[in-house]
Ligand binder design. Structure first.
Ligand code: NAP
Length: 477
């Protein structure tokens, strides 16, 4: 791997800065230490906010064409270094190398997309009701943005936020997850090489996440918080941001229903389910979480599904063709095992897996549970592990009500060939995203985001940049 991308210091005002203390980043596969990263304090966060505030004065005045060029140069460097970035991502996060590479390219696709959207930040000229005035609409960058990201997509969650922010003319202070700060720092190194001016992007790795969060939400110059992570932390940050009336984008937890109707193509539903469920070993916010299967095809479905799941390959993410890798940490492993235990104690049956791997200490065997019901913890919480929880159902009203009977509203999936039913599902599923006959939803052209407790705001698409723009109206007589 290219060692120049392995950065262990904070990136503030275009400089690599060391704090007095460091924290260790380990490889989830074998818990081997891979880096000792500088542990930023509130003072570092304040330095970063000041740098971003100073840089905003000039960055916000650049032309969209200039900002677009910087973003394209950054994108090119990320693509050029995609293999190195992918390796770094796998060793700090654990996911299979091919998935890591896909994440790098997926993240880069947002940078390219928003480089192009920067050119289309258009105002408006509106007709005045009395015919005596000119009504102008201007779109202006909101200011300094505080960005806080999770460990499950250490590169893409940053790219999805930083790209529209920079395109709009904002500057940013990023607090990456302390499990996975290395991808964020490598991205900063490439931004530096791309010539993005000092202070426009700042990265403050820290284990003092609550303190850094408070520094960002209480600063009068930080005008927006963009957060991806758990619903609980999102609520805390929203409450803090309210004091300062900051804008917020919240990409929070999901609990996706995956509904297989009686007219579904079983093989294609299983393929979609495997793709949605086992990506990142089940640790994604859009992972299928509750699998509703119509009772007429339930037996056939579980037979074919069980065979597929038993064939999955386990191991180190760096080993070729491995599909299921280590979960991020012991807390994550304990949670998944607790959910399996609670479900089986309440009547669920293990068809495949159900236990930790004997060969690899931090991997849970891919698992299929049947006879799950909607009241079990495993159906009410995000599993965040390689476990399929199957719930039989008999009619459309019942399954739509069950799918919606939850506080989350991020992704949902359904397999059916019936046009009327598809229209009804699109109307009635209370989710920000609905996948019909597909288990893969996300790309840069589409608005990613949730409703209800899964958050607010959208990332990607032509809508994604508006979260980083304020509207100013001028009335001229
Ligand atoms: P998390 O515990 O909420 O942490 C996310 C980030 O918030 C990390 O950087 C964390 O720092 C920081 N943080 C924790 N407590 C904080 C506080 N009090 N104030 C400020 N920052 C704080 O979530 P996670 O476990 O990393 O990620 C998994 C969750 O993210 C899941 O619920 C998943 O569904 C959700 N997610 C949602 C999306 C989406 O687009 N909707 C995408 C990916 C993930 P430390 O790491 O230092 O604790």
């Amino acid at each position: 791997m290219n060692k120049e991308l392995l950065k262990e210091q904070a990136y503030i005002n275009g400089q690599w800065i060391a704090a007095d203390t460091t924290f260790e980043v380990d490889n989830p596969f074998d818990n081997g230490v891979i880096a000792s990263v500088t542990d930023c304090t509130v003072e570092h966060a304040q330095q970063a906010i000041n740098a971003a505030s100073d840089a905003f004065k000039t960055w916000s005045k650049t032309t969209s064409k200039e900002r677009s060029k910087f973003l394209l140069s950054w994108n090119d460097l990320i693509i050029e270094h995609a293999d190195d970035l992918a390796e770094l991502l796998t060793i700090e996060q654990g996911k299979p190398l091919q998935e890591a590479k896909n994440e790098i390219l997926y993240g880069a696709s947002y940078i390219k997309w928003f480089a192009e959207e920067a050119l289309r930040i258009n105002g408006d000229l509106l007709p005045s009701p009395d015919g005596e005035k000119q009504i102008q609409i201007h779109k202006l960058p909101v200011g300094v943005v505080g960005i806080i990201t999770p460990w499950n997509f250490p590169q893409a969650m940053i790219a999805r936020k930083v790209a529209p922010a920079l395109a709009a003319g904002c500057t940013v202070v990023i607090k990456p997850a302390s499990e996975t700060p290395l991808s964020a720092l490598a991205m900063a190194e490439l931004a530096d090489q791309a010539g993005i001016p000092a202070g426009v992007i700042n990265v403050v790795p820290s284990t003092a996440s609550s303190d850094i969060g408070k520094a960002l939400t209480s600063s009068p110059v930080v005008r927006k918080i963009s957060f991806t992570g758990s619903t609980a932390v999102g609520k805390t940050l929203m409450a803090q941001a309210a004091d300062n009336v900051q804008k917020v984008t919240m990409e929070l937890g999901g609990n996706a229903p995956f509904i297989v109707f009686d007219d579904a193509n079983i093989d294609s539903a299983i393929e979609g389910l495997m793709a949605s469920k086992f990506r990142n070993s089940g640790q994604t916010c859009v992972c299928a979480n509750r699998i509703f299967v119509h009772e007429t095809l339930y037996e056939e479905f579980i037979k074919r599904l069980g065979n597929k799941v038993s064939e999955l390959t386990l191991g180190n993410g760096l080993t070729e063709d491995v599909q299921i890798t280590a979960l991020i940490n012991q807390k994550g492993i304990d949670k998944v095992l607790r959910l399996i235990d609670q479900a089986t104690e309440s009547g669920a049956e293990i068809l495949v897996g159900g236990s930790p791997s004997k060969e690899f200490k931090n991997i849970i065997n891919p698992t299929v549970l049947s006879k799950v019901n909607k009241d079990m913890d495993i159906a009410c919480e995000e599993i965040f592990g390689p476990v399929i929880a199957l719930i039989p159902f008999s009619d459309d009203d019942e399954v739509i009500a069950a799918a919606n009977n939850i506080s989350a509203g991020l992704a949902s999936y359904a397999y059916t060939e019936d046009r009327h039913r598809i229209n009804r599902l699109i109307q009635e599923l209370e989710y920000g995203m609905v996948g019909i006959n597909t288990g893969k939803l996300s790309n840069e052209t589409a608005p990613f985001g949730g409703v209800k407790e899964s958050g607010m705001g959208r990332e990607g698409s032509k809508y994604g940049i508006s979260d980083y723009l304020d509207i100013k109206y001028a009335c001229i007589k």
